[in-house]
Design a protein around this ligand. Structure first.
Ligand code: 5GP
Ligand code: ZN
Length: 114
């Protein structure tokens, strides 16, 4: 048994605000919003980081990104762009060791959110 906060969110044992969900991934708002709408796309299968992906699993998980990114962008006309970030390893600032992809909306005046 591992103690993984994102597995608990996926199971519903810890609450989160769902942005998108299907059989393979769940996307939910980051608890610490870099900008409003900051979302994490998380594979439902526990996998630590990109070094554990094979090509097929990467294709499944990353194929969801454009659709989720468009949905977030469509949710607010003030969103003008988006940073997509995936940290792998503590040295690369990964702090939750269940792989996830950050979708961080960017706004024309997002100096306000720094
Ligand atoms: P990392 O630093 O691993 O790339 O990103 C982990 C992210 O998970 C951080 O941005 C952090 O705010 C977020 N996070 C950590 N714990 C929770 C939680 O319990 N709920 C949610 N929604 N996000 C979390
Ligand atoms: Zn996990």
């Amino acid at each position: 048994m591992h103690d993984c906060i994102f597995c608990k969110i996926i199971k519903g044992d810890i609450p989160s605000t769902t942005v998108y969900e299907d059989s393979e991934v769940k996307a939910f708002l980051d608890i610490s919003q870099g900008t409003p709408g900051h979302t994490l796309v998380v594979p439902k299968k526990h996998i630590a980081d990109i070094f554990e992906y094979d090509a097929q699993f990467a294709a499944v998980v990353f194929s969801r990104i454009p659709k989720i990114a468009r949905a977030i962008k469509a949710s607010d006309p003030a969103i003008k762009g988006m940073n997509i970030i995936n940290n792998n390893g503590a040295i690369a600032y990964q702090s939750v060791f269940h792989s996830h992809i950050h979708l961080i909306p960017r706004y024309s005046a997002d100096d306000d959110f720094k």
